[in-house]
Design a protein around this ligand. Structure first.
Ligand SMILES: *[C@@H]1O[C@H](CO)[C@@H](O)[C@H](O)[C@H]1NC(C)=O
Ligand SMILES: *[C@@H]1O[C@H](CO)[C@@H](O)[C@H](O)[C@H]1NC(C)=O
Ligand SMILES: *[C@@H]1O[C@H](CO)[C@@H](O)[C@H](O)[C@H]1NC(C)=O
Ligand SMILES: *[C@@H]1O[C@H](CO)[C@@H](O)[C@H](O)[C@H]1NC(C)=O
Ligand SMILES: *[C@@H]1O[C@H](CO)[C@@H](O)[C@H](O)[C@H]1NC(C)=O
Ligand SMILES: *[C@@H]1O[C@H](CO)[C@@H](O)[C@H](O)[C@H]1NC(C)=O
Ligand SMILES: *[C@@H]1O[C@H](CO)[C@@H](O)[C@H](O)[C@H]1NC(C)=O
Length: 651
């Protein structure tokens, strides 16, 4: 989503490639052929030559006047003759990545300087130093795209790109860059994409690259990012400052087109409160630009203009939710605030001046809010009220308790009172909510009508091990719910009653103590059911039969199925329902032996009619009875036939 720019770019690139490709005779691939040198009898008409993944160490003169693309990546190239490329007048794309071009830079760079029409050059992973790169980039006036990933650059000087000012995309990630001299990138008037991820940059002060659309500074040691305020428009759309050491929000250009801002894994929020963070950031701004005149909130002034739709603030150090700063982002649709340490989201808004007038803040575009793993206990109803467009709310791994019902909240009038209701979260307020994840919150009780005012489509209640689900809990959402997860709750069948849910297509009830499928399910067009790790002995045949109309996948392993009561399984097999874990599923014969159900299905009669112990017992008993009768009969006959014995018979 956030790299749509890149996607577009590579897409157009690919189109271009396929155009070139159409005549197969003009391209040749020697990829991975154990070559130690360039083959001699190459067709002079070649436009595309792939020699990658070989052992070529030296490159001598190539005479391929039509060649447009040459791939020499992943060889052992360390010596290129000065005239090697002289007869490649059409060459536009050259891939030299993964070689040893740090050696013989003198002759190698002369060779490279002779290709003047080059548009794309890849010299990644060559252990290149600052000086070597500077030599290799001479005379590249038509260069459009440059990749230098994984070299050992430490300092970018203002003379580095002076002969390739047409560059549109530069990738220099995974180097050791700690200094960028002023004037290095500024003269590159076409530059739209700059990737400096995985370097050692410590601060960006006064960001001036107005043409840039994509800037990646991820995994550096950036402590602050500051732009001097002026009225020129910046094209920046994607800024990645993740995995750095930011203490403050970046001060972005005042006029910008920023849509995607990646700030995850920083130290934002370490300062006590939102107000401190904002004032510290402004103090820093004034220090850097020596502005003593007005005490102005530069951070907020510029954030207010930002058309941001996505911000990632996960894995930072926030202890309070920065309500004011984030509510300035009127276009914000997706906010990832997971893995911070906000226990309570309160609504402490500073009022305007002295009037005491309450400011009305809201998040008018926010659709997707991720608050997982924060240790959240309380969320102010005023905050929930401000989420007027919310569709997806992820509260996994917190400690929120859903409120009993909406009416309790209504009766409180003032802000103070509302802020005081701290014991539970009133989900009923969120009319637009569609997807709610409450997994792993240690919820005690799911009251009747908790979600009554929502129109939930998916609900995850998994791993709330002590949760009691009230019979009417899903009242109000049963018509809209499509996916329900109640795994790992430790419930038994008598604790679980599900209403008729005519939209439900996915149900996960794994890892409980269930032995009967809730009969309400016959209403649901279920496509996927997960009943793993329960105590089912059998499943209701007629229910399975009814469900099988829509059923596509069912997970069944980890139960106590009785082999001899498995009509349901035969139904599922006959209808070819996908049972992905059937080979791990066992069933028990009436003795203690268990077998894999697949074995059982091969010869059900053998396992259930002849070999069960019950039958063995009957057979034995009958044998004894028959033998006994036989003996009695024999004795009787003998006695009646031989009178001499009659005495003993009588005795
Ligand atoms: C150069 O080749 C490598 C594979 O060795 C590939 O990963 C890289 O994307 C290629 N560079 C360009 C600019 O296509
Ligand atoms: C190339 O450089 C490596 C070390 O980077 C060195 O061991 C090797 O001898 C050099 N080869 C040449 C031909 O200079
Ligand atoms: C920035 O670079 C990092 C490291 O290479 C990468 O993981 C990340 O996806 C890039 N960010 C964007 C927005 O493309
Ligand atoms: C959050 O609220 C709970 C309950 O009111 C309280 O016990 C706790 O101290 C609060 N946490 C913070 C960090 O203010
Ligand atoms: C699950 O319930 C059983 C009793 O039904 C109880 O003994 C067990 O401790 C519970 N497990 C958890 C993780 O709460
Ligand atoms: C079922 O239980 C087994 C054993 O306790 C466990 O290894 C497996 O991951 C569980 N399956 C699921 C889906 O949780
Ligand atoms: C099996 O399911 C059907 C349809 O849902 C229901 O009418 C019947 O009572 C169930 N039988 C048992 C034994 O639960």
């Amino acid at each position: 989503m956030f790299s749509n720019l890149l996607l577009l770019w590579s897409f157009s690139h690919e189109l271009y490639l396929t155009e070139v490709k159409h005549d197969a005779s003009k391209e040749q691939s020697w990829n991975n052929q154990n070559l130690y040198s360039v083959p001699l009898d190459l067709d002079v008409r070649l436009t595309r030559l792939d020699l990658s993944n070989n052992f070529i160490r030296q490159l001598h003169t190539l005479v391929l006047p039509y060649l447009e693309q040459l791939d020499l990546s992943a060889n052992q190239l360390d010596l290129i003759s000065e005239d090697a490329f002289e007869n490649l007048a059409q060459l536009e794309e050259l891939n030299l990545s993964r070689n040893a071009l740090n050696n013989n830079t003198g002759s190698n760079s002369k060779a490279l300087q002779s290709i003047t029409e080059l548009k794309s050059l890849d010299i990644s992973f060559n252990s290149l130093s600052d000086d070597a790169v500077e030599l290799y980039l001479r005379n590249k006036y038509s260069l459009d795209q440059l990749k230098m990933t994984g070299n050992v650059l430490t300092r970018l000087s203002h003379s580095l790109f002076k002969e390739c000012k047409g560059l549109r995309a530069i990738t220099i990630d995974d180097n050791l860059i700690s200094v960028i001299e002023e004037g290095t990138f500024e003269p590159l008037t076409q530059l739209e994409m700059l990737n400096l991820a995985k370097n050692n940059l410590g601060q960006i002060c006064d960001f001036k690259l107005r043409r840039l659309k994509y800037l990646n500074l991820s995994r550096n040691s950036v402590e602050f990012f500051v732009t001097r305020e002026h009225d020129q428009l910046y094209n920046l759309e994607i800024l990645d400052l993740s995995f750095n050491q930011l203490l403050y929000f970046p001060i972005v250009p005042k006029m910008n087109r920023l849509k995607f801002l990646h700030l995850q894994n920083n130290m934002l929020g370490s300062l006590n409160s939102e107000a401190t963070m904002v004032s510290e950031a402004n103090y820093l701004y004034n220090e850097i630009f020596n502005e003593r005149t007005i005490r102005k909130n530069n951070l907020h002034a510029n954030w207010r203009m930002m058309p941001l739709i996505y911000i990632d603030l996960s894995y930072n150090h926030f202890r309070t939710f920065p309500v004011e700063t984030l509510s300035l982002l009127l276009s914000l649709e997706t906010l990832n605030f997971g893995n911070n340490c906000v226990q309570n989201i309160t609504w402490n808004i500073r009022n305007y001046g002295d009037s005491g007038e309450q400011r009305q803040l809201s998040f008018p575009s926010l659709k997707d809010l991720d608050l997982r793993s924060n240790g959240l206990v309380n969320i102010s109803p005023l905050f929930l009220n401000a989420l007027t467009k919310i569709e997806t709310l992820n509260l996994q791994d917190n400690s929120v308790q859903p409120c009993a019902s909406l009416d309790n909240v209504r009766s409180f009038q003032t802000t103070q009172q509302l802020n005081l209701i701290t014991s539970c979260v009133a989900f009923g307020q969120l009319r637009t909510l569609k997807h709610l994840n409450l997994k792993d919150n240690n919820i005690k009780m799911l009251h009747p009508n908790v979600f009554q005012k929502n129109s939930l489509v998916s609900l995850n209640l998994a791993r709330n091990t002590h949760m009691v689900i009230h019979e009417g809990a899903l009242e109000g959402v049963q018509a809209t719910l499509e996916s329900l997860i109640i795994s790992e709750i430790n419930i038994t069948s008598s604790d679980l009653t599900l209403p008729c849910m005519p939209a439900l297509t996915q149900l996960k009830i794994s890892n409980n103590h269930l032995d009967v499928l809730p009969s309400g399910l016959s209403c649901s067009p279920l496509k996927e059911i997960d009943i793993r790790n329960n105590t089912f002995i059998t499943l209701n045949d007629s229910l399975i039969d009814a469900l099988s109309v829509h059923l596509q996948v069912m997970f069944i392993s980890g139960n106590n199925f009785n082999c001899c009561d498995s009509q349901w399984l035969i139904i599922l097999k006959e209808l070819q329902i996908n049972l992905p874990d059937v080979s791990d599923t066992k069933c028990f014969t009436l003795g203690d032996s268990s077998i894999v159900v697949m074995e059982y299905l091969k010869s059900p009669l053998f396992h259930c009619l002849l070999h069960t112990k019950a039958q063995e017992v009957h057979f034995g008993q009958m044998l004894i009875v028959v033998l006994f009768l036989l003996v009695m009969l024999t004795v009787f006959i003998i006695c009646t036939r031989k009178p001499c014995c009659s005495r003993s018979c009588i005795v």
